[in-house]
Design a protein around this ligand. Structure first.
Ligand code: HEM
Length: 555
């Protein structure tokens, strides 16, 4: 056997074993307290102690056998210590029930998550374990509307590390990932971009793209409606964020941008679940290529927008401080980061809500007919269906959008936050410092304690009853059976980090829905199985839609 001679104090085999074990326990302690993320620190902590201590067991003569022996003991003791601690009554999450594997390793939930059915899985877990479920060594999911304020409200929890893990290649932190002062500063300019006055200007941009969409649908007659909504929202957000979209409504996704965005989201979803691995993935060019392509596109568009300017006060106008409110101009990379966030956050979400809404309507012809009648009342042929002046008088339109957002929220697993230093009382629970906490929207909004009856069904009447437009008797239900917990309805999240684009999204969806209903009539394509849609929806933070095939006629 190969051997080297080293001047080192002799220690008996038993003592060496003990020292290596103690070193493993110390390393576990350091990982638990400091949670280091830098690969170099990982390698040092996991590699160096067993290597150094491998010189101890023999006097002067050290072989590779001793090194292997030392590593084997070190890692076995370390692994056992980690696993036993996670299951022990000393763990701060020990009182919360959950599947054994999830308590032991975060990987087990991550592997379920990347299959895209996390929203349904979490709902099953809550049915089985109750309001709080431990879904990772350091992760819980809370399904209780009392938790919303303490977690998402002002002075609530912090943004989870998952947001930076998801973002493999973008330098710096976007608004979505930021916290504290940095967030307050960033959010100010976004708020300017979504003021009432600013929104009024965007109607022209929405109208242009909505007309283009409806013309395309009228020509095509038989389409995957979900894909057309994706093209529409991507083009629209491109117009808003960079003064011009890729024009998918004309050319299709010929540059593969939508495909790239979806692929990037799926990949990012894994790293969001196991964020410490992101530091390694960033060193491997294979990862994050899709996001890089999308980013390259956004950089190109931003340069064009700066060069050409814009006749519309679009989102870029505010993000780039073209209104001159801030004393200093912002560096272009910052503006590009914000613009890219707008494209990702604003296109996928709105496209999936529009798609889900028409899916639910086609499955429920009676509600379809009621909405059609309401649209026909306010927008008969010849009336401009993109004029927003009637929206406030259209309860069925609002109810349809709300019910879609309740039943299938665009961010099904909700906002992910981390308990602040010292931990926090959340309703009847105490959540220990550093605990990553899910508020699972899909489960919360389908919970019969929040919305009854027909919690799992598309039933727009609940919104008419809750707004006083209809009585329970008129809707054919017993008054006592009606539960409507408005606080539990948070499809745009809640608090200071809620969706900044909420009003724009609602405006865009209302205008588009009215125009479609005025001009077109739809039905599922012959042979299309609607259950494949519900089964095929995938939750990768935002939704990936399965095919949604419809036949279209001009009215
Ligand atoms: C129906 C459509 C939409 C839904 C359901 C939706 C939902 C949400 C949700 C749930 C969040 C919170 C995410 C979290 O905490 O992890 C969020 C954040 C955000 N959304 Fe939306 N969104 C929609 C459309 C839009 C649009 C059109 C924009 C336009 C740019 C937008 C921009 C943003 C931004 C920038 C954030 C981050 C806000 C912050 O962290 O302060 N969203 N959205």
């Amino acid at each position: 056997m190969t051997s080297v001679t080293i001047p080192f104090p002799a220690v008996s085999g038993g003592d060496a074993w003990l020292l290596i074990s103690v070193a493993a326990l110390v390393v576990h302690y350091l990982f638990r307290i400091y949670e280091p993320r830098a690969p170099l620190i990982h390698v040092t902590l996991l590699g160096l102690p067993p290597l150094v201590l491998s010189f101890l067991p023999q006097s002067y003569r050290v072989g590779f056998g001793a090194v292997g022996y030392s590593y084997a003991i070190f890692w076995t003791v370390l692994s056992l210590s980690v696993l036993l601690y996670r299951l022990s009554p000393f763990h701060p999450l020990a009182m919360y029930p959950g599947p054994l594997l999830h308590k032991l390793t975060r990987l087990s939930f991550a592997l379920i998550s990347v299959q895209g059915r996390q929203h349904v899985y979490i709902q099953e877990l809550h049915k089985c374990y109750g309001d709080v479920v431990r879904i990772g060594p350091n992760e819980i999911s809370i399904c209780n509307s009392m938790a919303i304020g303490p977690i998402l409200g002002p002075s609530g929890f912090l943004k989870s590390e998952a947001y930076t893990g998801r973002n493999l290649r973008s330098p710096g932190r976007s608004l979505l990932a930021s916290d504290g002062e940095e967030r307050v500063e960033k959010r100010k300019r976004w708020n300017r971009a979504f003021s009432i006055a600013a929104l009024k200007n965007y109607e022209e941009v929405i109208s242009r793209r909505a007309i283009q969409l409806v013309d395309l649908l009228a020509r095509e007659k038989s389409v995957d409606l979900g894909v057309r909504f994706s093209w529409f929202t991507f083009d629209f957000m491109g117009d808003m964020a960079f003064g011009g979209g890729p024009n998918m409504l004309e050319k299709g996704d010929e540059d593969g941008l939508w495909r790239v965005m979806e692929a990037g989201l799926v990949e990012g979803h894994f790293f969001a679940n196991v964020p410490w691995t992101a530091a390694y993935a960033r060193k491997i060019p294979l990862f994050g290529r899709d996001i890089m392509r999308l980013r390259a596109y956004c950089i190109g568009r931003a340069r064009e927008r700066v060069k050409n300017g814009s006749h519309v006060k679009d989102l870029f106008y505010y993000l780039n401080n073209e209104d001159g409110v801030e004393a200093h101009s912002r560096p272009l990379p910052d503006v590009i980061r914000d613009g890219s966030l707008a494209v990702v956050a604003g296109s996928d979400t709105t496209a999936s809500v529009l798609s889900n809404m028409f899916f639910f309507l086609l499955r429920d012809p009676e509600t379809y007919a009621r909405l059609q009648a309401e649209v026909d009342k306010f927008y008969p042929p010849g009336e401009n269906a993109l004029d927003t002046k009637h929206h406030q008088d259209m309860p069925i339109l609002h109810a349809t959008i709300n019910e879609t957002l309740r039943l299938m929220p665009a961010v099904p697993s909700g906002s992910l936050r981390t308990a602040p230093p010292g931990g926090k009382v959340v309703g009847p629970y105490f959540v220990a410092e550093g605990t990553n906490t899910y508020l699972p929207l899909y489960t919360l909004q389908r919970d019969p304690r929040n919305f009854s009856p027909n919690s799992e069904a598309f039933w727009v009447d609940r919104w008419l009853i809750s707004s006083g437009k209809k009585t329970p008797a008129e809707a054919g239900i017993d008054t006592h059976a009606f539960v409507h917990n408005q606080e539990a309805f948070i499809p745009f999240s809640f608090g200071p980090a809620n969706c900044v684009g909420k009003t724009l999204a609602l405006q865009e969806m209302r205008m588009t829905a009215c125009l479609i209903m005025q001009r077109l009539e739809m039905c599922f394509a012959p042979g299309y199985d609607p259950s494949s849609y519900v089964e095929g929806l995938r939750d990768f933070f935002v939704i990936k839609k399965p095919p949604f095939l419809v036949d279209i006629k001009i009215r």
